[in-house]
Write a protein that binds this ligand. Structure first.
Ligand SMILES: NC(=O)c1ccc[n+]([C@@H]2O[C@H](COP(=O)([O-])OP(=O)(O)OC[C@H]3O[C@@H](n4cnc5c(N)ncnc54)[C@H](O)[C@@H]3O)[C@@H](O)[C@H]2O)c1
Ligand SMILES: [Zn+2]
Length: 365
């Protein structure tokens, strides 16, 4: 048997998927993959659904830089050349890039055809494939064009984690920590007991199931982000995205998980200053983050660049900058106005930690 949360199925052997595709007759089934998921994930799925004769495969290049309108055009052209009708279904097999772009092209093709997400990265399983947000980057702006539409099914199979490179594991880890901090204290303490540095020996079942449960619960309270509650998922992302964009601009790669973890560190510090987060909890968060991510320093001459990136954040309005801030571990507020000086102080604090850790390391030698 399989576990399920709404339309999210934990389907270790793809039995549910097989049954679903047998029961529902589609004119065509299109498998959308990137080069890596074609090599690492396709066979596992094909073995289970090889009874189908009417499937077609579309492969795109892998990486964030292909999450754009040109790739969409290429996919739509392929769908037209395959004569895909509205009674067909698209199965997105990949990380967040594939499920974001796959959900987007499916939602617009012939005013919308059905799609299934099969996430193959940790980030995809616990975050990107859930919640119905689909989209692409446009004019260097991340997820600027998009649509909210839910897949018919989300099929989660932990086996895909096995082929993931280390950096992809740590890219997803930041979001796991975030779920504990914003919504579920118990989950935070559950995660604290796990040493993710030994990620090969970890039993992922519980970790992923609980994370999916939390994300799904938050999204269901505010599916279209009308009440605002869903914004709490952005904790750590206001400064985190700015750090990610800044390093991209400097042509240095820093993973999403690391960027938002450093973002969470800065935003927890701000939470301590203006949202009553206790210092003891701030230190606890700090200690957990430095277990997995090296603190970086950003030269003060670049702080204005960071602020400019923050000003682009989708949560802002009326020229003010809004944050999601922690009240305590497990509870997060949203729409909190934060002034520029406090943001700069939080970045200075991160630099201070960087020098403190560097000094400690040198003292040991
Ligand atoms: N829609 C949402 O709510 C939401 C939420 C969070 C993130 N996102 C989006 O998700 C994207 C990031 O997702 P991601 O980190 O999964 O990136 P990704 O899709 O680029 O995958 C990361 C890398 O891993 C490879 N890969 C995928 N599965 C693999 C496997 N099983 N074994 C080996 N390699 C594998 C991919 O080819 C890629 O090179 C971003 O574009 C982000 O905007 C969307
Ligand atoms: Zn994120």
């Amino acid at each position: 048997m399989y576990k399920k949360i709404n339309n999210i199925i934990f389907d270790k052997k793809f039995k549910f998927l097989k049954k679903y595709l047998k029961k529902n007759i589609f004119t065509n089934i299109i498998l959308l993959l990137d080069v890596n998921t074609k090599n690492k994930c396709l066979n596992l799925i094909l073995k289970k659904i090889n009874f189908l004769k009417n499937y077609k495969i579309i492969i795109i290049k892998s990486g964030e830089k292909y999450k754009n309108i040109n790739t969409c055009i290429k996919i739509w052209e392929k769908l037209i050349s395959f004569k895909i009708d509205k009674n067909s279904i698209i199965i997105n097999i990949g990380g967040g890039v594939i499920t974001d772009i796959g959900g987007f092209i499916s939602s617009l093709f012939k005013r919308g055809i059905k799609f299934i997400n099969i996430p193959t990265t940790l980030l995809g399983m616990i975050d990107a494939s859930i919640g119905g947000k689909n989209g692409i980057n446009f004019k260097n702006l991340k997820n600027e064009i998009g649509i909210i539409k839910n897949p018919i099914l989300i099929i989660i199979n932990y086996l895909f984690i096995k082929t993931l490179p280390k950096k992809e594991i740590f890219s997803g880890l930041g979001e796991l920590l975030k779920y504990g901090l914003i919504f579920n204290k118990k989950y935070w303490y559950f995660l604290k007991k796990i040493n993710f540095n030994n990620y090969n020996d970890i039993n992922w079942n519980k970790i992923i199931y609980k994370a999916v449960f939390i994300k799904n619960k938050i999204v269901n309270k505010d599916p279209e982000e009308i009440l605002g509650f869903r914004k709490i998922l952005n904790f750590g992302h206001t400064i985190g995205h700015a750090i990610e964009s800044f390093f991209l601009y400097k042509k240095k790669y820093i993973s999403h998980g690391k960027s938002i973890s450093l973002g969470m560190l800065c935003e927890s510090w701000i939470s301590k200053k203006i949202n009553n987060l206790k210092n003891k909890e701030y230190i606890e968060i700090y200690n957990e983050i430095i277990k997995y991510y090296k603190i970086i320093k950003i030269k003060e001459k670049y702080f204005n660049k960071i602020i400019n990136f923050i000003k682009n954040d989708k949560k802002n309005y009326n020229n003010n900058i809004y944050f999601c801030l922690l009240k305590k571990i497990g509870k997060c507020s949203f729409n909190k106005k934060v002034n520029k000086d406090l943001i700069l102080m939080s970045l200075k604090n991160m630099n201070k930690i960087y020098y403190f850790k560097k000094k400690k390391k040198n003292d040991k030698r």
